[in-house]
Every structure is written in structure tokens, then in C-alpha cells.
Design a protein around this ligand. Structure first.
Ligand SMILES: [Zn+2]
Length: 352
């Protein structure tokens, strides 16, 4: 395994950002290659600790000559966002300088050619420079995994429509609970930018049936535990074995996914009807019936009628909920995966 350090020039003289990059050269040029990054949103750490737990397995496989395909790992993809604090609170989601989400506005290329990406000499802000660099590092890999997390939630994947059900084995081997299928545009998120050049190619050349591109939501932002990280690392490792990047005859891989699968327009982003304190009655992973109590909003503490009940708009599965307990009117309280399309389905990306 080779370590190198990538440098991103900052927005003023004397400022630069660095992140580590690890590469293993596979023994076969025919084998699929894999790229894994975590913490594109600078303060999302479940993927970082999963990679930390994965690395010893990769080193062992490499020492035993079992890594067939090239593997590239970026454990912390966003040093700019990781360094942003506002009055002590992490601000890893949006670039404070440009107000742009770190997982939006990636360059959409017409073919998988890094020469199309802006070089370091092009004058642009550091967040855009970072996005171009990450895309450059990931482009050309058959498997591209972008590890994120939600507020509080189960483990789930966003998978482009074009790659499903061919990616069902990935979901099964990773051990996630749910898969959300999306198509079209998602604001040029990293996964969209990773797949886009291949969708422009003739289908035969694009080899979509063997391509893996996914945004992985490793539960909630505070789900950072050694045991969970180890289980997630095993899931990532199983995927790499299943797809032939790594050889390991001891590992049992799976082909069929038994979890929840739904198109993105089935997600109900149930909003709060008023401001107040949230009392949740459901946990991520729960199944609910239409009309079930999802939450109570304490709008006016102690007053008659000061509580407002929030009900499930349809039967479904609780994918996520908020980690904070104060809400404004209209803020989303949960992502509920409905059995039918949502009546106010939103197009494009949700929040990843
Ligand atoms: Zn994220």
C-alpha cells in the first residue's frame, strides 16, 4: 500500500489543505478496480472509522497477494469542510465561502477522461478545486463508493436506477437495510458525476452491469462505534470480494438483497406543522401504518392544545429522523419510505 498526500491550494496566500490517499496496485489488470472515499461532508465520521477498520484487512490481503484489482482509498476526502467551525460547531456540509454543498456542483464530464477536468492553474475557489481533484482520483474505477451518514438513520444506499438490480449483491454484502433508487439529476452530486460520463457512452462500452456507484449512508452522524465500524468494514470487504477486487475463499458472499428497495419518489419528508420541541414516537428501522403517530411537537409547553400530533401519511418504513429535537415549522422530521409514491415527492437529490 502506497500513501501519498494531495494538496489543495486555499483561497488566500499561505493556506493549503492536505488529505491522504492510499493506493494498492492489483495483481491483474483485468480485475475491477475500486475507489472508496469518506467524509466528503467534512464532519461525517462513520465512514472514516469504517475505512480505518477496513485498512488492516486490505493490508493483509495485499501481503498475501490477494488484491487483484487496483484499490484507491481516501479516508477523509474534505479537509476544507473538516476545518470549518462556527462558534464551536462543525460545519462540514456547506462551504462557508461559496455556500455550496460539498456534495453538489461536481463537474459533469461527457466522457471518463481526466483531461476534461480543470487543472490547478485554473482560477477557482478551493472547494471547486477539491471537487475536481476528487473526481480526477476516482474516475476510471469500476467501483466508486462515497461514504456519508444521515442525521439519525439506518444504513442505506442511494443507487442510480441504471445500476439496479445489478448492484443488489453490493447492498446484500454491505449489510445495509435499505436502497433508494434515483434517476435523472441530483444537483451534480459526486455519485452523479461519477456515473455521468458512462451514461454518455454506448451501453456496451459503459459496462453498466458491472459498474458500482453509490452514496452510502452509514446511519446517523453520532453512530461512530468500534463494533459498527468493524461490521461496516466487513461489509465493504465482502463487496470487494464479491466483485473480484480481492480474493478470499473464506468469505461467503451474497447475491440477493432482502432489505427495503424503493424509488426516491416514495420518500415522504414529513414536515413539522409548527415550531417546537420534537417528541419522536418512531425510531429508524420501524415500519408504520398510515395514520400512526410519528411525533408530537410541543408547541406551547403546558397549554391546552399546546401539543400537535404528526401522523404517518401512508404505510412505510422509517429511514431517518432528525438528531436535534428543536424544529421550525416546515422542517422535515423523518424520511419515511412509503409503499406508494409521495404526494409531494421532491425531484432530484434529497440531502446526501
Ligand atoms: Zn453527507
Amino acid at each position: 500500500m502506497e500513501k501519498s498526500v494531495e494538496t489543495i491550494r486555499g483561497d488566500s496566500e499561505g493556506i493549503a489543505y492536505e488529505f491522504a490517499l492510499y493506493r494498492i496496485s492489483g495483481t491483474s489488470s483485468e480485475a475491477p478496480s475500486a475507489y472508496i472515499q469518506a467524509a466528503l461532508h467534512g464532519d461525517e465520521l462513520p465512514g472514516v472509522v469504517a475505512i480505518d477498520a477496513l485498512m488492516p484487512k486490505l493490508r493483509k490481503a495485499e501481503n498475501e497477494g490477494r488484491v487483484r484489482g487496483n484499490v484507491t482509498i481516501v479516508p477523509r476526502a474534505n479537509p476544507i469542510g473538516a476545518n470549518q467551525l462556527l462558534f464551536g460547531a462543525s460545519q462540514g456540509r456547506f462551504d462557508l465561502g461559496t455556500r455550496v454543498n460539498y456534495n453538489r456542483d461536481f463537474p459533469l464530464l461527457d466522457r471518463p477522461d481526466t483531461a476534461l477536468l480543470p487543472g490547478d492553474e485554473v482560477p477557482m475557489s478551493s472547494d471547486r478545486r477539491l471537487k475536481a481533484r476528487l473526481l480526477k482520483l476516482s474516475l476510471g474505477h469500476d467501483i466508486v463508493l462515497d461514504l456519508h451518514c444521515d442525521d439519525e438513520g439506518v444504513a442505506y444506499l442511494y443507487v442510480p436506477d441504471e445500476l439496479w438490480p445489478a448492484m443488489a449483491d453490493c447492498a446484500a454484502n454491505m449489510g445495509v437495510d435499505a436502497v433508494i433508487l434515483w434517476s435523472g439529476q441530483s444537483g451534480s452530486s459526486f455519485d452523479e458525476a461519477s456515473l455521468h460520463p458512462y451514461l454518455k457512452m454506448p451501453r456496451k462500452e459503459a459496462r453498466l452491469e458491472s459498474r458500482v456507484v453509490t452514496t452510502v449512508e452509514y446511519r446517523g452522524v453520532s453512530d461512530v462505534y468500534a463494533t459498527v465500524a468493524e461490521a461496516d468494514a466487513q461489509g465493504l470487504y465482502r463487496l470487494l470480494v464479491a466483485r473480484g477486487v480481492i480474493e478470499d475463499t473464506w468469505i461467503e458472499t451474497q447475491k440477493t438483497f432482502a432489505g427495503v428497495v424503493a424509488p426516491i419518489d416514495h420518500i415522504e419528508m414529513v414536515p413539522a406543522p409548527c415550531a417546537g420541541a420534537i417528541l419522536y414516537h418512531v425510531n429508524p428501522g420501524d415500519t408504520v401504518k398510515a395514520g400512526a403517530h410519528i411525533a408530537t411537537i410541543v408547541r406551547a409547553a403546558g397549554e391546552d392544545g399546546g401539543r400537535v400530533e404528526v401522523l404517518a401519511p401512508q404505510d412505510g418504513f422509517i429511514l431517518t429522523r432528525r438528531s436535534h429535537r428543536a424544529t421550525r415549522a416546515g422542517d422535515d422530521l423523518v424520511k419515511l419510505v412509503g409503499v406508494a409514491p409521495s404526494s409531494d415527492a421532491r425531484t432530484g437529490a434529497l440531502e446526501a
